[in-house]
Design a protein around this ligand. Structure first.
Ligand code: ZN
Length: 65
């Protein structure tokens, strides 16, 4: 369940898009700021593992809190 960085070319807003496990990445991302559907994944930003899947010991997973 990676978190992707998505950027809107219209307003420059960057936001994070979550891809649910077992699903395809959406082809269209809607900007959460201006509503444009032209937002694109920024390929130079590596997907961040979801904190709950990043493993133990970093204080982020529920069992280590
Ligand atoms: Zn936008």
């Amino acid at each position: 369940m990676p978190i992707l960085t998505v950027k809107c070319p219209q307003c420059g807003h960057e936001f994070q898009g979550l891809v649910l496990a077992g699903t395809q990445q959406p082809k269209i991302w809607v900007c959460s700021k201006c509503g444009s559907n032209k937002a694109e994944i920024m390929p130079e930003k590596k997907p961040i593992p979801h904190p709950w899947e990043a493993g133990h010991g970093n204080g982020l997973c529920p069992c280590c809190l």
